[in-house]
Design a protein around this ligand. Structure first.
Ligand code: ADP
Ligand code: MG
Length: 562
């Protein structure tokens, strides 16, 4: 029984497993593909505007610087060294520069030996000090000589405000060269940053290649402060990377190197902002997937449960049908054999009976036979033994349906009452209580009176034998459904062991030794079968037995047979 349960449980697990895998695999695949696609497109969609904003900002910065350095370049090539070194002319030029472009704060001309020869700007009073200043050892001067054009990092210098130097070297056809250097104020930088129209929480600024801030930053300090994070690797296209800020929060960093100056434009924003909506979507996807998976599992488990219990039921029914068939076959073959044996035995029995009768007659006539009385007693014993044998063979033949059948309308209650009369005396004598609960409106059924009487007789016989002294036997009848009545005989007697229960319907099976014939129950079984009824036994050793016999009310098939 246990291994059978395990078998069904295993079957159930396997089917549910296979169903779940087969149904879930495509869903899982779909969810994974969706997840990856969504993530990719989401990231692209949300990051793209940020990157392109930095690209545009970088272009503005480049344009700003390009315009200014072209102006300086134009001045360097449009005028001769002599003209430029004349303070009057230079002042004139400077005024023109200021009126055309914002941001120029001074302009100076430096000879190719690195000596300042002319200066125009707000610090006119510095003119004297500056004149003749030697720049030949300064780095920017070397750079402009090497590259012809140079844009410095943001410096404060003696002017005490952040500015950028733009220097251009000019070679005249006669082999001379000079440098025009202009300073521009970096306040327009913050305007350019503002023009990038940042979202709240984000930040944009310029740094030089070593991370010194070239403009003010909201989160990382003022101009010339140090940007605390690593400067991303060179890229002249706007790109994006992820980084951790000083507090360990993930940030997105879009950046681009400027082509015409050693600046990097960086924009940052917390990754959380961007990820939040993605995370929401991801939770949705996960929830939908999990919900779907649960539904699939639930439905699979439920339907498989149903399937398995049906399978189990039908297996059980099949087994029962098999054992019933087996049983019926066994009974019928034993019955046939028994009938044959009974038939064969009846003849010798008749002879024995006849011979014993003859002996009796002869003895009765002989007056001087010694021990006549003793012999007559023995012959009497032979007679009663023969009668007993005949009784048995008669029953055996009954069991094998060798008796005539007559179908009529029968009142089971009446038959019960009638049969009980035989038992009342014995019951009283042994102090056995007989309880009757007969349904008064019990419909009549069609059947063979003799046979059904035998059933009742055998059942009551067994019940009474089981209870012994001071027991109780209850008999009840009821209508079970429109075409079935039931008769229950319950006793509180010795009950049956499992072994006995399995064999009670077999002919000659008895637990009563010589007292029993073992034919009662098998006869009952045959009769009930023939009446298209059912018989059920519930019994527990030491507690008692309940025998339920169901019989159909209208029994058309039976009448045809009869
Ligand atoms: P017999 O009564 O001659 O033994 P049956 O065919 O009538 O043969 O019964 C077969 C066996 O079934 C009995 O020997 C007895 O063990 C068991 N049996 C039948 N009815 C009952 C009952 N009401 N209580 C206990 N055992 C019973
Ligand atoms: Mg019996």
């Amino acid at each position: 029984m246990k291994s059978e349960t395990q078998h069904y449980e295993k079957l159930r697990r396997n089917i549910v497993g296979i169903l779940a895998v087969v149904a879930l695999a495509p869903v899982l695949l779909l969810a994974a593909v969706n997840y990856a696609e969504f993530q990719a497109s989401f990231t692209a969609e949300t990051q793209a505007p940020f990157v392109s904003m930095v690209g545009k900002g970088k272009n503005s910065f480049e344009l700003f610087l390009a315009e200014r350095s072209s102006t300086v370049s134009l001045i360097a090539s449009a005028y001769s060294f002599e003209e430029l070194s004349t303070p009057q002319t230079l002042r004139h030029i400077f005024q023109a520069m200021q009126s055309e472009f914002t941001g120029f704060t001074d302009v100076a001309v430096i000879s190719d030996e690195g000596i300042l020869v002319a200066y125009a700007g707000p610090g006119q009073h510095l003119q004297k000090e500056l004149m003749g200043k030697d720049y030949s050892q300064q780095e920017w001067f070397h750079k402009v000589q090497a590259q012809n054009r140079y844009v410095s990092e943001v410096i404060e210098g003696y002017r005490q405000y952040p500015h950028v130097l733009i220097a251009v070297q000019r070679h005249s056809p006669d082999g001379r060269s000079w440098v025009v250097r202009a300073a521009i104020d970096t306040t327009p930088f913050s305007r350019l940053v503002a023009d990038m129209s940042l979202e709240p929480g984000s930040d944009a600024f310029l740094v030089n290649r070593s991370g010194v801030l070239q403009t003010d930053s909201v989160n990382y300090g003022k101009t010339l402060g140090q940007f605390p994070l690593a400067v991303p690797p060179p890229s002249y296209e706007a790109s994006i990377t992820k980084a951790l800020d000083e507090q360990g929060n993930a940030i997105l960093m879009a950046y681009s190197y400027l082509r015409n100056a050693d600046y990097v434009l960086i924009a940052t924003k917390p990754a959380r902002n961007m990820l939040q909506s993605w995370l929401l979507l991801r939770t949705d996807i996960l929830l939908i997937f999990l919900g779907g998976a649960l539904c699939i599992y639930y439905v699979a488990a439920k339907s498989v449960d149903k399937l398995i219990s049906r399978l189990r039921e039908s297996d059980l029914k099949r087994d029962q049908a098999f054992s019933q068939m087996e049983h019926a076959q066994k009974l019928s073959s034993i019955g046939r054999m028994a009938a044959g044996v009974a038939h064969e035995i009846n003849n010798p029995l008749a002879i024995i009976n006849e011979k014993a009768g003859l002996m009796h007659d002869l003895l009765s006539l002989a007056e001087d036979f010694p021990r006549k009385e003793q012999f007559l007693r023995q012959i009497e014993a032979i007679h009663s033994a023969v009668a007993r044998c005949r009784d048995i063979t008669h029953r055996m033949l009954g069991f094998a349906r060798r008796m005539e059948v007559k179908i009529e309308s029968l009142d089971i209650n009446e038959m019960l009452e009638e049969t009980l009369l035989f038992f009342k005396k014995e019951a009283q004598h042994r102090n056995v209580r007989i309880v009757e609960e007969l349904e008064p409106a019990l419909p009549k059924i069609r059947g063979d009176r003799g046979q059904l009487q035998q059933v009742i007789l055998n059942v009551l016989n067994n019940a009474l034998a089981a209870v012994g002294e001071n027991g109780q036997v209850s008999i009840s009848t009821m209508q079970k459904d429109t075409n079935t009545i039931a008769m229950c005989i319950k006793d509180n007697g010795c009950g049956m062991s499992e072994e006995t229960k399995q064999h009670i319907f077999e002919p000659f099976y008895t637990t009563k030794g010589n007292e029993g014939t073992g034919l009662g129950m098998s006869i009952i079984y045959g009769i009930i079968q023939r009446h298209h009824g059912e018989i059920a036994v519930e019994s527990e050793l030491g507690k008692g037995t309940l025998l339920t016999i169901c019989l159909p009310i209208s029994n058309t098939l039976q009448e045809e047979q009869a």
